[in-house]
Design a protein around this ligand. Structure first.
Ligand code: HEM
Length: 122
């Protein structure tokens, strides 16, 4: 499926929308159930578009094999910590630790994505 793998646009679109929905839900004073539900659909699209890029490009980009695997791992961790922040916030539990972990894995994920093979490459 060329539209998923010929550029990184689909992947970028899905995770940008996911981040926006996450910040709306996380920073609002209310529970934002509908936003959280749409965000969970976006998680699936982020994973589908990311895995498509991974399967297409991993073996074609020789210098970044291990980094490619790490990108997938950290991408999934970002999603995991977004979910932890929202679920704990809705239960009234403390979320500070998970905000910090979310921030760290997000920065690592952005660095790995932007420093590798295809798409934008610094
Ligand atoms: C919210 C989570 C995520 C963020 C913020 C994110 C961010 C990024 C960024 C910034 C890029 C570089 C795009 C470009 O260079 O044009 C990228 C590429 C990529 N992402 Fe993600 N991603 C996330 C989740 C995932 C997941 C879950 C997977 C796999 C299941 C994944 C797999 C990939 C792959 C394989 C690439 C291509 C790397 C390359 O050669 O440039 N990402 N992502």
């Amino acid at each position: 499926m060329d539209f998923l793998t010929s550029t990184t646009h689909m992947h970028i679109t899905t995770w940008v929308i996911a981040l926006i929905l996450f910040f709306i839900a996380a920073l609002s004073g209310k529970k934002m159930k509908a936003v959280h539900m749409i965000l969970r659909v976006m998680y699936i699209l982020v994973i589908v578009t990311g895995l498509s890029l991974f399967l297409e490009w991993r073996d074609k980009i020789s210098e970044s094999g291990m980094n490619y695997d790490m990108k997938v791992l950290f991408g999934i961790l970002v999603i995991g910590f977004m979910e932890m922040v929202l679920v704990r916030k809705n239960k009234g539990k403390s979320v500070n630790m998970f905000w910090v972990l979310f921030g760290i894995v997000l920065l690592i994920t952005l660095y790995l994505g932007l420093s590798m093979g295809i798409g934008v490459n610094f």
